[in-house]
Design a protein around this ligand. Sequence first.
Ligand code: URA
Length: 240
Amino acid sequence: MKLRIDKMLANTGIGSRKEIKQDAKKGLVTVNGTVVKDSSKIIDTDTDVVKYNGEIVRYIQHIYLLMNKPQGVVSATEDNYDRTVVELLSEEDRFYEPFPVGRLDKDTEGLLLITNDGQLAHDLLSPKKHVDKTYYAEVAEEVTREDVKAFEEGIILTEENYKTLPAKLEIIESGYPSKCLVTIKEGKFHQIKRMFKSVNNEVVFLKRISMGPLKLDENLKPGEYRHLTEEEINSLLQRK
Ligand code: URA
């Protein structure tokens, strides 16, 4: 793949393009053994050996994006009717062909990981891995201690006659609507909505606030996203 040195190094998480430009000027970047002070130079990641501060930099083909998914957009790469989360990405990021890890409903907001790392996506979605997902939910009716107990014991999803794994329901405020946090370890279709339905309640607002070690970045407005930090990427990859 051919791309600018600053972009290539920034993509690997070494620093911002501005920092890399300065570092290149200082002589910290070499390509095939020659110091390159102009970080806008195009290199070929397949054949050129790029070193930063004496260390070979392996080009990372994976990108990891954290989006605050807005309502009204579907968690897909393509759709005939609706706008997709991938359409909200810059052309630069779409180049890497990322896809959303799992689905949030069209009317659900919040944390969505978008990546082209298929192995990581597979691991995070695997039912065997039991990755915690926490949602902030507003529901139409009062939430009771009995509901907390029922979620803890597991709810039967009638369509597939499946009993959910123990889920944690924390009441923030009980009323009309009620506000709560729900943590589940799996991701059945419309799971949170169906769990509340089975205790005669109805989700009126749903937002995912965490998935495994990843937390929603409250600085991101709905529809905005950012690249994961190196620390966040490592926390995810360590799960493997
Ligand atoms: N549960 C739901 O019902 N919807 C979502 O989008 C996610 C979890």
